[in-house]
Design a protein around this ligand. Structure first.
Ligand SMILES: Nc1ncnc2c1ncn2[C@@H]1O[C@H](COP(=O)(O)OP(=O)(O)O)[C@@H](O)[C@H]1O
Ligand SMILES: [Mg+2]
Length: 325
């Protein structure tokens, strides 16, 4: 019998359209000789069609494994993962904790810092902060100002002075109750794909060459202008270090299944910094996560097979765990 895979996509986030594009690519690549595929589409208001997955064990006897292809809020942040845990279903990607920690840029930095992994200097501020300039006084300009919990560069700006900082803060504060301000790095940007549960592996990294002042939403998805160098042109020792850090970050946030870890390399010091980790990276036709694996010897359909295997593996382990005395 074929394995029954439910692809959940769309969703109530600013990345709804990207999710639809990612899901389209995944639906096209899932091997129909192996899988019987069903689709659950969540519209922008959060309505599911054909109907929601229910939070009760055994309520979905027709699903063997769920593939959440939801980027950002209400999907990549542990919320849908929580629903799937309640439903007792196997699902692809990070669990509740790994998803939530990875979605929150402050928590990601804190768990990385605890393991001495390199992150840029930052402050985390509640949106009610009265004197933003004073709270950021320790950071040299330019700074990057970000909502703590969003993705796709939404609500992010680069500020070169106090006036811009205040405007950037106000914008970011519209998107989150918590705002991150961090030192701007002058340098290069890299990404690395990680795959696995207990023994995660890192792909060959790629370099992102933004066409604009930074890698913003348009560059990522609309304009297709950003250049990509795959594999990244780096000295072997730097590549090795980047891959080591990608796996270390993945472990630090307790990720499972997959993630894309993003880096900044500072020109002046040649130092690598972990920028962020994405637990449901883009899977669109121009997305880097599947491309990096392809370059590392794992074609797209095989990558999907592996992700599903990892989901089932974790589910088996969960079922072998006692939750009561
Ligand atoms: N500290 C920084 N220094 C330099 N560039 C940055 C910094 N933080 C973010 N950027 C730029 O902004 C982009 C978006 O920021 P990022 O933290 O990756 O947010 P998102 O979760 O929206 O992708 C990055 O890809 C990079 O181009
Ligand atoms: Mg990013």
């Amino acid at each position: 019998m074929k394995l029954r895979v439910a692809v959940v996509y769309g969703g109530r986030s600013g990345e709804h359209e990207i999710s639809v594009r990612s899901a389209r690519a995944i639906l096209a690549a899932l091997d129909r000789d192996k899988y019987e595929v069903s689709e659950y589409f969540i519209d922008k208001e959060g309505k599911w069609s054909p109907g929601p997955i229910l939070p009760e064990p055994a309520a979905q006897p027709d699903i063997d494994v769920v593939f959440p292809v939801l980027h950002g809020t209400f999907g990549e942040d542990g919320t849908v993962q929580g629903l799937l845990e309640l439903a007792g279903l196997a699902y692809v990607g990070a669990g509740v904790l790994g998803s939530a920690v990875s979605m929150d840029k402050e928590m990601t930095k804190r768990v990385c810092a605890e393991r001495m992994l390199p992150i840029v200097d930052f402050v985390s501020l509640p949106r009610s902060t009265a004197n933003v300039a004073e709270a950021c006084a320790a950071l040299p300009f330019p700074v990057f100002v970000k909502p703590a919990n969003l993705g796709s560069s939404v609500g992010i700006s680069k500020a070169h002075n106090t006036r811009e900082l205040e405007a950037a803060f106000a914008l970011a504060a519209e998107f989150d109750r918590k705002v991150i301000v961090e030192r701007g790095i002058v340098g290069r940007e890299f990404e690395c794909a990680v795959l696995g549960n207990e023994a995660p592996a890192a792909s060959l990294p790629c370099e992102i060459l933004p066409s604009r002042e930074f890698y913003d939403y348009d560059d990522k998805y609309t304009l297709d202008l950003a250049g990509i160098q795959l594999p990244a042109d780096l000295p072997p020792a730097t590549t090795a270090e980047l891959r080591r850090l990608a796996v270390a970050c993945y472990r630090a946030v307790e990720c499972e299944g997959m993630a894309r870890v993003d880096f900044l390399l500072e020109n002046s010091r040649g130092k690598l910094f972990i920028n962020e980790i994405n637990t449901i990276p883009g899977f669109t036709s121009i997305s880097m996560y599947p491309k990096m694996w392809e370059h590392s010897g794992v074609p797209f359909p095989a990558l999907l097979d592996r992700l599903i295997e990892l989901a089932l593996d974790r589910h088996r382990q969960r079922n072998a765990t006692r939750f009561t005395r």
